[in-house]
Design a protein around this ligand. Structure first.
Ligand SMILES: NC(=O)C1=CN([C@@H]2O[C@H](COP(=O)(O)OP(=O)(O)OC[C@H]3O[C@@H](n4cnc5c(N)ncnc54)[C@H](OP(=O)(O)O)[C@@H]3O)[C@@H](O)[C@H]2O)C=CC1
Ligand SMILES: CC(=O)C(=O)O
Ligand SMILES: [Mg+2]
Length: 422
């Protein structure tokens, strides 16, 4: 970013008041009568009702529309382990996106935990107060055990966004991109740079949507993950292949797809040149992609290029997933977010990209035209149809797969966040 853009980002966060989120009141508070209802003595009544039946928390508090965004700051975007406090702008940002796109209230919690177990214990002890828990920017491999333990211990949805939100959006975009490139997912030769939270989840979901595990080369800092390596954790080991290829240079030769979930500027123009015709490049590291789109487009005029950023076409970013996935899950009071719900979200996103783009999206992106093709493989985050399409698909899948505690919402379809309370 230029210095001017960096300063603009700092000013945005500091002016006119610090931070990006505030709390609003939903009940009148202008008279003594109101205070006697909101606080003592009135507040005792909902307390008694919730003590009698915990389900009443959904009736008398904001629990049902409240998600905790929780991080330990160990993998902040692609910036690495900057610690819990430095992750707060990202976590507040996730709260902004929850509210803006899905009408969900959220609070960010940054945990200074000395171990994964300490993090798990901290979150488990506060879980009941939320409608759902969005884990964010927790590094691999710790994130896998943290999420597994919390899903097991909590009766509300616990969802590690960097794993599943990213995977859902990546696979939706990938299925469309391959289609545009004239390739079949089952034939695609894939290189995934990164073997952490996002990469492992993306490749698992891509395989469950048709890709062949033996066609995937996954790489970490030490190079290709192959069956001869003895330093692999169990998550990387799932992607170990029998191969003589050892480096990104080796792996990228003839590849149809590059997925970057690693760090900045790690794919060189020379490596991009070695890919097959019509290569699909998802350089998803934030804020700086594995290869800059201007560089990629200068090297190859046949590349289908996506990044995680809002300032280039084809934003493959979990913002297209987590707000709407939680919306659907909360509205049917799902106990968890399962594979059926994730796959339903993939297809809802994928299919929406093939429909004509509304004028409000063109206006927001200052474009005259946007249609399904190389420059538009996935809906934009400012497409208000996402609220209905993804949330309803997720809610329906929760009902059909037996994890919903309420029926499909009678107030759906949602046309705006004003309607989320029915
Ligand atoms: N666009 C989007 O929606 C999203 C993008 N991301 C991006 O993905 C990246 C990873 O995030 P996440 O999975 O949460 O983090 P993790 O810390 O869990 O994983 C990082 C992975 O990147 C690998 N890596 C780092 N540097 C290199 C390198 N020089 N060469 C090869 N591999 C490298 C690490 O290798 P090793 O295992 O050897 O340490 C590790 O496997 C970040 O840049 C993040 O911004 C993440 C989520 C969503
Ligand atoms: C987008 C996001 O969640 C990340 O880069 O970590
Ligand atoms: Mg993240």
């Amino acid at each position: 970013m230029t210095d001017a853009k960096k300063q603009a980002a700092l000013d945005y966060h500091s002016q006119p008041i610090p931070g990006k989120l505030s709390v609003e009141l939903t009940k009148p508070t202008v008279s003594a009568k109101h205070l006697a209802l909101a606080y003592s003595p009135g507040v005792a009544e909902p307390c008694r009702e919730i003590a009698r039946d915990p389900e009443n928390a959904y009736l008398y508090t904001g629990k049902g529309n409240l998600v905790a965004v929780i991080s330990d700051g160990s993998a902040i975007l692609g910036l690495g382990d900057l610690g819990p406090l430095a992750s707060k702008p990202v976590m507040e940002g996730k709260g902004v996106l929850f509210k803006k796109f899905a009408g969900i209230n959220s609070v960010d919690i940054e945990v200074n935990a000395e171990s994964p177990q300490a993090f798990i214990d901290t979150v488990a002890r506060i879980a009941d107060t939320w409608g759902g828990i969005n884990l964010e920017d927790i590094k691999a491999p710790e994130c896998f055990e943290i999420e597994r333990a919390l899903v097991e211990q909590c009766s509300i949805p616990v969802f590690h966004d960097d794993q599943h939100g990213t995977a859902i959006v990546t696979v939706a975009g990938m299925l469309n991109a391959l289609d545009i490139a004239g390739k079949k997912v089952e034939d695609a030769r894939v290189v995934c740079l990164g073997a952490g939270a996002a990469a492992v989840a993306c490749m698992k979901l891509l395989v469950s949507c048709g890709a062949r595990a033996e066609h995937i080369y996954m790489l970490d800092r030490k190079g290709v993950i192959h069956s001869g390596r003895e330093d692999l954790n169990q998550y990387k080991a799932m992607f170990a292949t029998e191969t003589e290829r050892r480096t990104l240079d080796d792996a990228i030769e003839g590849a149809d797809v590059f997925v970057g979930l690693s760090g900045p500027n790690l794919l060189s123009p020379e490596q991009l040149k070695k890919m097959a015709a019509n290569p699909v490049v998802f350089a998803c590291s934030n804020p700086d992609p594995e290869i800059h789109p201007d560089v990629a487009n200068a090297v190859r005029d046949d590349v289908i290029m996506a990044t995680g950023r809002s300032d280039f076409p084809n934003q493959v970013n979990n913002v297209l997933g987590f707000p709407f996935i939680f919306r659907g899950a909360l509205d049917v009071r799902a106990t968890r977010i399962n594979e059926e719900m994730k796959v339903a979200a993939v297809h809802a996103l994928k299919d929406l990209a093939r429909e004509p783009v509304p004028q409000e999206v063109l206006d927001a992106y200052e474009l005259d035209k946007l249609e399904f093709g190389c420059g538009y493989i996935i809906p934009t985050p400012l497409d208000t149809r996402l609220l209905d399409r993804v949330s309803s698909a997720v809610a329906q899948a929760a009902v059909d797969s037996g994890v919903a505690r309420k029926p499909y919402p009678s107030h759906y379809p949602l046309t705006s966040v004003e309607e989320v309370y029915g």
